[in-house]
Design a binder for this molecule. Structure first.
Ligand SMILES: [Mg+2]
Length: 149
């Protein structure tokens, strides 16, 4: 459901700066007006969601984009922590990873991921993938209402 004048908030957990940059560029190229918040590991992601420390004023994200392989707290640990928390477990989480292993795909879904997307290696395909993702999640499907509505 498109949120009209309301800004979409996206939290991206990604330890690879080049990939975070591509996500930002792709969103900018799409018609989606979203605020992209970037953190580099699961622990920072949880701090963001729980508004801890420097994230005291962070908005509740409408959608989370999650890399699996990250230092300190990886994507699985983050998924478990979010889905165990009744205040956070309604936020859709999309895994966006280089891993194409079937075991990673099934594990991510079992832990509550809403989608699993393998990052294309080719840059233009990557941009296109993120654009499609944005169009699907923000114009086609209906998201739970965030605190800002
Ligand atoms: Mg990574």
């Amino acid at each position: 459901m498109f949120k009209g004048i309301f800004m979409i908030e996206i939290l991206l957990l990604e330890d690879e700066p080049a990939d975070a940059y591509l996500v930002r560029m792709a969103l900018r190229e799409s018609k989606i007006t979203a605020n992209l918040h970037h953190v580099v590991d699961g622990r920072e992601g949880l701090n963001f969601l729980q508004q801890i420390g420097t994230y005291a004023n962070s908005p509740r994200p409408d959608l989370i984009l999650l890399d699996l392989n990250m230092p300190r707290m990886n994507g699985y640990e983050f998924l478990i922590a979010v889905k165990e928390n009744p205040a956070l477990d309604g936020i859709p989480i999309i895994v966006l990873t280089t891993s194409e292993a079937e075991s990673d795909v099934s594990r991510a879904y079992k832990l509550g991921a809403s989608s699993y997307i393998s990052k294309p290696v080719d840059m233009s395909k990557f941009v296109d993938t993120v654009r499609q993702l944005g169009e699907y999640w923000f114009t086609l499907v209906r998201l739970p209402l965030g605190h800002n509505l």
